[in-house]
Structures are given as structure tokens and as C-alpha cells.
Ligand binder design. Structure first.
Ligand SMILES: [Zn+2]
Length: 341
């Protein structure tokens, strides 16, 4: 009887041990399973995060047609709105006074009314007209955090650029506007960092330069590079003969993927400057009549150099973006460069 009881006790112990072992094994398996799930979900999360980061555009360049579109009279104008990877807003020039509403809409939509960085190539009506309108309008609620420019003195403009003087005088006096938080008179070779975008100042206004197309040739030229994808756009304003000589002193600095064609795509910088840039995309900020060199008497019957400049673009096998066809977006991202209507 005693033996039987002891046997039963042993059996029970053995049974209990077996159950404990199974429970232990079961819990170990659950822990391993949970750990594996955790590792798997972490990997998926990291992969997705990287995918979202990579699919963000490093730089979006809006080439603005604005008033150059036919329905607004086909006038000459130059303006760009740019967003960085983390949505800092950059404006280059902005266009004529009639472009104010286009520009305001862009600034409110993309920058919530704040422009982080505004660059002026030169103070002519077709480049700063809209900016002047914004600065003069007390009801226009736009803030410019940093304004970058390179101007000659008012006396210089009065003496050497009479045709542009009225606008130049207005622009220079508006530098004191309360809408502008910080003014930066740029230096040659200055480097400006804006989020993931670096701006290299290549040429500034030069008061010694008085025997050329003075107002246009005083254009500040600069290159903006999305440093994370190493793609760039060069802005030439209305640079001309003198600027070409200046720029070609450092041709290696000119290489860029996209170029704003100097002086609206005709009678601007020399072919050698474009050869040094070696662009993939050429932006023509001009109306159709100027692009076609057509003053009203037919294709290529005018006095402009447009068709010759376009033959250079063909030689480079570059693609053209024409502002008179409407606003275009040039995107720099991990895939390279994309153009969107
Ligand atoms: Zn111009």
C-alpha cells in the first residue's frame, strides 16, 4: 500500500515536472516569437521611413510663366519659386508688377506667407516689379526673412543705367521695408546654406563696369545646389558681355544641371559660358514672340538672338523649359531630375 502511494507520488511528481517543462518551452517559444516579430516590424519601419525620406524631393523649382502667358499680354518677365527638402521657401526675382498675384498665391500656398530666402539678380522692372508691388502693399501680409542682393549705388544707376533708374530708385529705397527682416548685400564667392540647398555667389554688381549693357551686366549670378542629390541650377539674371568674362575666370564653378538662360534667352552671356555650364535643362523666361524672334512679321524676322541661342541648346542636346507655355516644376530627387507641368 505504502509502495503504491510512493509510486503514485513519484508519478505525480514526474507528471508535474513534465507539465512545468512544457510550460517553460511554451513561454520560451512565445518570447522568441515576440522578439522575432519586434525585429521584423522594426526592419519594416526603418525601410519604410527611408523610403519616405528618399522619395521626398530635395529641391522643387517652380519656373513661373505668370504674365508672360499670352492671355496676359506676352510680356518679358523672370521669376522662380523654390522649395527645399524641409519646405523652406526661396524666391528668385519674382517677375514684373503684373505677376504680384501669381507670386503671392505661390508664397501663401508653399510658404504660408513667409519667404525664407529671396534673391534678386538685378533691380529691373521685369525682375523686381512683383517684389516692389508686394513691399508697397500694406494689405499684403508677406514676410521676407532674408533678402540677398548686390546693387551699385543710386548715383551709379542714375549715371550709367538711366532707362532702369525709376525702378532701381524704388527698389533701393524699399530695402528698408518692415517686411524684410534681414538684408544681405552679397560678396563674390560667398556660400549661403539653406536647409539642404547651398548657394554659391559667382558674380556681383561691379561699379567699375561702365562700358557695357550696364544695368543688365550688373546682374548677380549664383548657383544653387541640392547637396544631398548633387543637382544644381545656375541663375544668370540678364548677364551680358562683361559678366561672361567675369564668369569664365572660374569656369569649373559654372557646371550646373539647369540654367536660367541669361537675358531671357537672347543677347545674354557668351556661348562659352553655356559650354562651361553644360546644362541638361535650359529655362527660357520669355514670351513666345521673343523665343521665336517674331516681332509680328514672322518667325525669325526680328532683331533678337533667340534662334542662335536655341541652336546652342540643340548642340548641348539639352531640354528646354519655356515659361510662356505655363508654369513648370523641375524636381531634384534620388531619381535625378524630373519635369512636371
Ligand atoms: Zn530681364
Amino acid at each position: 500500500m505504502k509502495e503504491q502511494i510512493e509510486t503514485n507520488i513519484d508519478y505525480n511528481n514526474h507528471f508535474n515536472r513534465g507539465t512545468k517543462m512544457k510550460k517553460k518551452e511554451f513561454f520560451s517559444k512565445v518570447i522568441v516569437f515576440v522578439l522575432l516579430c519586434f525585429v521584423l516590424f522594426s526592419l519594416l519601419y526603418i525601410q519604410r521611413k527611408n523610403y519616405i525620406e528618399d522619395s521626398k524631393d530635395s529641391m522643387k523649382i517652380y519656373v513661373i510663366g505668370g504674365s508672360t502667358l499670352q492671355e496676359y499680354g506676352g510680356v518679358i518677365s523672370c521669376g522662380y519659386v523654390i522649395t527645399t527638402k524641409n519646405n523652406e521657401l526661396i524666391v528668385v526675382d519674382g517677375g514684373i508688377d503684373a505677376d504680384k498675384l501669381f507670386l503671392e498665391e505661390y508664397i501663401k500656398r508653399l510658404g504660408n506667407g513667409t519667404v525664407s530666402h529671396w534673391y534678386i539678380t538685378h533691380p529691373h522692372q521685369d525682375h523686381v516689379g512683383a517684389l516692389i508691388q508686394i513691399l508697397e502693399d500694406d494689405n499684403c501680409d508677406i514676410t521676407i526673412e532674408n533678402l540677398y542682393y548686390s546693387f551699385n549705388s543710386l548715383e551709379w544707376y542714375k549715371e550709367y543705367d538711366k532707362r532702369g533708374f525709376e525702378t532701381e530708385e524704388k527698389m533701393l529705397s524699399l530695402l528698408d521695408s518692415k517686411k524684410i527682416k534681414n538684408k544681405i548685400s552679397c560678396e563674390k564667392n560667398q556660400e549661403i546654406y539653406m536647409d539642404n540647398v547651398k548657394c554659391d555667389i559667382l558674380k556681383i554688381a561691379d561699379s567699375e563696369m561702365i562700358n557695357t549693357d550696364n544695368g543688365n551686366d550688373s546682374s548677380m549670378c549664383f548657383k544653387m545646389t541640392a547637396t544631398d542629390v548633387n543637382k544644381s541650377i545656375i541663375f544668370l539674371g540678364d548677364a551680358y558681355y562683361y559678366s561672361s568674362i567675369e564668369l569664365l575666370k572660374n569656369p569649373q564653378k559654372l557646371k550646373a544641371d539647369v540654367v536660367q538662360m541669361a537675358h531671357h534667352g537672347q543677347n545674354g552671356v557668351s556661348k562659352d559660358v553655356y559650354i562651361a555650364i553644360a546644362p541638361e535643362i535650359c529655362c527660357f523666361n520669355c514670351p513666345a514672340w521673343l523665343y521665336n524672334n517674331n516681332p509680328g512679321s514672322g518667325y525669325n524676322t526680328g532683331r533678337w538672338q533667340s534662334i542662335e541661342v536655341q541652336s546652342w541648346v540643340q548642340e548641348f542636346r539639352a531640354q528646354s523649359v519655356l515659361s510662356f507655355l505655363g508654369d513648370r516644376i523641375i524636381k531634384f530627387n534620388q531619381n535625378g531630375i524630373e519635369i512636371e507641368a
